[in-house]
Design a protein around this ligand. Structure first.
Ligand code: COA
Length: 139
């Protein structure tokens, strides 16, 4: 991931503030994923572009205890409906660290195509990272 594990409430507050900021700016949404009212992950759309394109980026993360149990199989279709139907976007993208096989399988199962490798596209934790870009069009 592009962030370190949270160690205090201030870190969580920073993420909540970021989520509120992107919603207020209209560039994204970030939702909580709940199981029995407990927070088990987050998901959303970000970097929404409506003027010089019609696209957004899906993003998601789950607590490790919930990986491989089909949670995103339920959540991702809701994200796609929000992007394609509610917002009327043409294209949804996902950026994945090479080697994140579970995320790549998830996207391929939901009709995303691997469009290529963006070399040294991202920088966090003191180094550059390639990103695999996946995308799905509305139709
Ligand atoms: C990537 C991530 C969100 C995927 O979430 P997930 O809930 O594990 O994904 P899925 O819903 O597709 O789970 C499918 C797996 O659950 C299994 N499964 C179990 N019960 C299931 C059910 N009822 N329905 C569907 N799949 C089920 C499937 O066999 C599949 O196993 P596999 O991945 O070994 O093929 C999660 O692994 C994660 O949070 N990783 C760390 C953060 C991260 O990488 N975020 C993405 C950055 S691009």
């Amino acid at each position: 991931m592009d962030i370190d594990p949270l160690i205090d409430l201030a870190g969580a507050g920073g993420i909540i503030a970021w989520a509120q900021d992107i919603a207020a700016a209209g560039t994204g949404v970030r939702w909580a994923i709940l199981a029995d009212e407990a927070l088990i992950g987050t998901c959303g759309l970000q970097n929404i572009e409506c003027e010089r394109g019609s696209r957004g980026e899906v993003a998601y993360d789950l607590s490790p205890a919930w990986w491989g149990r089909g949670v995103m199989a339920e959540v991702l279709p809701a994200l796609l409906r929000h992007g394609f139907e509610t917002l009327g976007l043409r294209r949804l993208e996902a950026f994945v660290n090479p080697g994140n096989a579970r995320s790549e399988r998830l996207l391929l199962r939901h009709a995303f195509f691997l469009e290529g490798t963006l070399r040294d596209y991202a920088f966090w934790r003191g180094r550059f990272w390639d990103q695999q870009i996946y995308a799905r069009l509305a139709d």
